[in-house]
Design a protein around this ligand. Structure first.
Ligand code: FDA
Length: 510
């Protein structure tokens, strides 16, 4: 570790460079814990014993370059962190000696309204990006994730979707250039990195290939009036039948309309007993007067009325979906701390290609009544629209035409300790196994940004063969996995950039 730090200090830099010593934190530094903990977004990994030997929070690209070069010289693994939302903590936990490269200081955003583009540094959150766009225009937006604290580094690199998914696809579908520092310490833009690497980092996750410093994204047009609603229906209010109809129409509705379902347990206001509630959450890119007739024609079962809806701007819809006050100051999007605070959680994901029959849904409901499911949820996000127009191999994210919707299962808990954690983790695994008959098969597909080490992991230290990695890799990337491994072999043959689910190099163990 001392040699590593010395290497950082000795790394050649020109006179204009800020000294890296200002942003290097070893475990004895008084700011070490606060810097490490600040971006831990899952309490489950708060008190782990395997902490980084050093944290570097670069102020400029040369600090990233120094960290990459010195880590290789001194046998340190590197974990790259932008927003810290990795579901399995892979951006700040490792079982081998490691350094965290935390990009929190690299978060400049330049919005170019005229050309409808923005350069966003990877340490910026999507909330910061949305805020910056809204300060310049109320008719431009960007289709990334919903929770504003999520980092652009991870979210865009792994896909990234929110309420404009059906109209504009994923965040990664809207990247037009990027800057990455590769294993040799070179800073490369799209032209310099070439189309193979540029393909791989848009959905294949940056962490296998290098350190993404910035994305250039295409901003998308949004109308000045956007309508949002959140309509709850419990099982007593025919939720099962409404979900049944939703499965048949949600992926075929007007592209401007996305209706996601959030399922959770609530207490019935009628009899005080637990029941399951389906919240139909929606953003419509247009006014309420167009939305209501559309809903009456295609999805009358929901019984949506004008009073359920609120007209706002696009940034107002971002605030609404982030559970903020619509008319409140958009500056809340700059806060990097989650609204609900940091909790323990575990999540999993699935894709649905044929409607789940009512019997399938009815198998699910009792699981919500179990003790461990007090703060559990299941979300159904419809595909269709732009998602069906983009080919499966356009970028590494392959889940396109043929998928009706995507499922996220999540469970939160407050208590500490392994036993408590195991109860909730077992619950979500049970839920996942109940769902097996109703979801995609061979492989059972999953979304890379909803990282789940249950579906398979690389060897802890060193070599993992392509076949071994295929166990998890094919689930996330289907037929794109081989191409990702080919790109990896070209740009990082010796597998310096690695973690429990990094793309393997095809170079065999030598
Ligand atoms: P973090 O910093 O933990 O990085 C995640 C992964 O990307 C790690 O492997 C890391 O090494 C790598 N990485 C990060 N920055 C990098 C860089 N600059 N260069 C190379 N590699 C880098 N997803 C979604 O699509 N839509 C949504 O609405 C949401 N909502 C959501 C809410 C909450 C509360 C959580 C916890 C998560 C989500 N997600 C999501 C999932 C989210 O997109 C996913 O966890 C992202 O990878 C998080 O990116 P961060 O930069 O925050 O994470």
């Amino acid at each position: 570790q001392e040699n590593f730090v010395q290497c950082l200090y000795n790394y050649p830099h020109d006179n204009t460079t800020t000294s890296i010593s200002k942003v290097v934190y070893t475990q004895t530094n008084s700011s070490y814990s606060s810097i490490l903990d600040f971006s831990i977004q899952n309490l489950r990994f708060y008190n782990v014993t395997s902490k980084p030997l050093v944290i570097v929070t670069p102020l400029e690209v040369s600090h990233v370059q120094a960290t990459i070069i010195c880590s290789q010289r001194h046998n340190m693994q590197i974990r790259i962190r932008s927003g810290g939302h990795d579901y399995e903590g892979l951006s700040y936990v490792s079982q081998v000696p490691f350094v965290v490269l935390d990009l929190i200081n690299l978060r400049e955003i330049k919005v170019d309204v005229e050309n409808r583009t923005a350069w966003v540094q990877a340490g910026a959150t999507i909330g910061e990006l949305y805020f910056s766009i809204s300060q310049k225009s109320n008719t431009l937006g960007f289709p990334a994730g919903v929770c504003p604290t999520v980092g652009t580094g991870g979210n865009i690199g792994g896909g990234g979707y929110g309420f404009m998914l059906r109209k504009y696809g994923l965040a990664a579908d809207n990247v037009i250039d990027a800057e990455i520092v590769d294993v040799n310490g070179n800073l490369l833009d799209r032209k310099a990195m070439g189309e193979d690497l540029f393909w791989a980092i848009r959905g294949g996750g940056g962490a296998s290939f290098g350190v993404i410093v910035a994305w250039k994204v295409k901003l998308v047009p949004v109308p000045s009036t956007v309508t949002v609603f959140r309509v709850p229906r419990t099982l007593e209010q025919n939720a099962t039948e409404i979900i049944h109809k939703w499965q048949l129409v949600a992926n075929k509705l007007d592209d401007n309309l996305m209706i996601r379902i959030h399922l959770a347990r609530v207490t019935s206001s009628k009899n005080g007993k637990p029941t399951v509630e389906a919240q139909f959450e929606s953003t419509y890119l247009g006014g309420v007067d167009q939305l209501i007739p559309l809903m009456q024609k295609r999805f009358p079962e929901l019984g949506l009325v004008k009073e359920d809806c609120t007209e706002t701007s696009w940034i107002g819809s971002v605030l609404f979906m982030g559970n903020f006050t619509i008319s409140g100051p958009p500056e809340v999007l700059l806060n990097r701390t989650q609204l609900v605070g940091v909790l323990n959680y575990k999540a999993k994901s699935d894709y649905v290609r044929d409607p789940i029959p009512d019997v399938g849904l009815e198998v699910l409901w009792p699981l919500f009544y179990e003790d461990e499911a007090q703060a559990a949820f299941v979300q159904f996000s419809p595909y269709g629209g732009r998602m069906y127009e983009i080919s499966e191999s356009e970028i590494p994210f392959p889940h396109r035409s043929g998928n009706l919707f995507h499922i996220q299962y999540g469970v939160y808990w407050k208590g500490e300790g392994n036993e408590e954690a195991q109860k909730h983790i077992n619950w979500i695994r049970r839920m996942y196994s109940y769902m097996e008959p109703y979801v995609s098969k061979s492989p059972r597909a999953a979304y890379f940004n909803y990282r789940d080490l249950d579906i398979g992991a690389n060897n802890n230290n060193g070599y993992t063969s392509y076949d071994q990695a295929s166990v998890w890799g094919l689930k996330y990337f289907l037929n794109n996995f081989k191409r990702l491994a080919t790109v990896k072999t070209k740009v990082d043959p010796l597998n310096f950039f690695r973690n429990e689910q990094s793309i393997p190099s095809l170079i065999s163990k030598g």
